[in-house]
Design a protein around this ligand. Sequence first.
Ligand code: UD1
Ligand code: MG
Length: 495
Amino acid sequence: MSDNNAQVVYSKVKENSVKFNSTNEVAIILAAGHGKRIKSQTSKMLHKIWEIPTVERVYNACKLGIENINTVIVVGIKALDIMDVIGKRESNKFAFQEHQNGTGHAVQVALKEIENDFKDGIVYVLPGDMGLLDDESMKKFRSDFTSSKNDMMVLTGLYEGDDPLQNSYGRIIRTKDSNGKVNGNVIRIMEYKDILALPDNKPYELIYRNQKYSYTRQELLNTKEFNSGVYAFDYNKLVEQINNISSNNAQNEIYITDLIEMFNQKGYSVGAVSPKEQYVVMGFNDKSVLKEMDEIARRNIYERLKNIIQIDDPDDFFIHDSIVSDLIELDKKGIPLDIKIGKGAYIGVGVKLNYNIEIGRAAYINGNIVFGKNIKIWRIVHLSTFPNQTLTIGNNVNILWGDIIKGNIVIGENSTIESSVNLTGSDEFPLRIGKNVLIKGTSYLFGSIVENNVTIEHSVLIKKKVKAEKDKNGNIKAIRFFIPDTEGKELLNDI
Ligand code: UD1
Ligand code: MG
C-alpha cells in the first residue's frame, strides 16, 4: 500500500482529473477519511460490496441516477490507492484533502477545486462508504429536492436499534408542536459526540424562526431520525456559507452538518426526506456491517433476477451487476432465457450470457467470455481471460467436469470438451478449436489450431496444427498422446 507524498498526490490528482461537462449539477463524494475501525491496510473506500469498491458504487449511483452529472471525489488517506482504482473517468475530478479536518472542510476543498469549472446549479454531497445507495434513490432525492424548491436538503434514515448509545449517527433535531411532539421542521443536526458532551441537568435550547425549543440530553440521544450524510444544496448559497463554519465542537472538526442551522439562521429553507428503502443509507465502519451490506446487495440481485433465470441457491452465487442489467434487457425481448445458475457459481464482469445456458455448481466464469446458445458448463469448471483477451464458445458446446479453460480461445459449435481438460490460448498463440470437435478427458492444449470434426484422445498438444483426415473406412482419424519434445532433461535426476 502506498504512502502519501503530497507532491505526488497533487500531480496524480491533476493527471486523473477530467474536464467537466456543461451540466449544472455536481456530486461531491467524500472519501478522504481513514476508517480505522475497518482494521485493514486497504482504504475503507476500496472495500468491496458485491465486488465493487464502495466509493465506486456511490459514484455509479450518481452517474446512473443523474444524467451527465459532474463528480468530484475528495481523497486524502490512501489517495493514491483510490485514484489507481478509479482512474480517469468522464467528467470526474479528484480533490486532495491533505489533512482531514472534517466533512465540511472536505467540501471546502472540493469547491475550491472546481471554482473555475462550475458556476450555478445543484451540489450533492455524499459519503463514499454508502455503498448501497443506488441510482433510483439518487433520482428520487434529486426530484424531491428540485420539487421542494428548498435551498438545501438532507437525506435521513431511521435508527432501528434500541440502545441510543450504540447509535453514533448525527441526530436530526426538529421543532415540536404545542404538545411537545417532535415533528416539525429541521432546526439542526447534532453529532452524537456533541450530545454526549452536553450537561445532564440542563435542557439544550435552540431558537428557530423566533421561537425557543428545548430538549433534554436524553431526548436528543433517543432521537431515531439520523443524518445519512447525503445532502443537496443550491450552489451559490453553499459557496456563500461554506467558509463560515467553525470547528467549535467536541471533535474540533469543520462539520458540513453545521450548515443546516446556518441556513436556517439566514432564512434559507431546509428540507429533509427519507429514501424508499432504509438500507440505502447504510454506511460501514467495521467488517461485520460491510458483510451485512454485501448480503443485502446479494438479496437485491436475487430479487431482480429470480423470475427471469433460475438461481439454485439464493444465498450462494455471484453475478456481477453489469450482467444483471444485460439479463434484464435480454428478458425484455420476450424470449425465455432458460439460464440456470448452480450453487456457488461465480459469473464475473465481462461475461456475455445467452439463451439456454446451464452453469454447474461452483463453476467460476470471469472475463470477456462470449456464450453462444444451448451451452452446458458442468461443475467446478474454470473459464477466464485477461482483460485484453476474448474466449468465445459456440452454440451447443458441452464443457464437462472440472475443465480449466483460460485466455484467447475460440471453441466452435457442437464441440465437446470432456472432463479435466486444460485449454490455454495466449495473445501470441491463440487456441482455435473447430466445430464438432471432441476433446477427451485430461488432455492439455496450448496455442493450437484444431480443424472441424477432429477427435483428440488424451493428448498434450502445444502450438500444433491439428488436421482432420479420414481413414480407409471414411472415419476421421483420432489423435492420441502427442507428447512434446522434452526440454531440460539434464536437470532431472532419478531419486
Ligand atoms: C458523518 C456526519 C453524521 C452522519 C454520518 C453518516 C458530520 C459532521 N457528521 O459523521 O451526522 O450521521 O456521517 O455516516 O458530517 N471525510 C472526509 N474528510 C474528512 C472527514 C470525513 O473526506 O475530513 C469523509 C469520510 O471518508 C467519510 C465521510 O466523509 O466518507 C463521513 O465521515 P465520517 O468520519 O465517517 O463522519 P461521521 O463521524 O460518520
Ligand atoms: Mg461514518
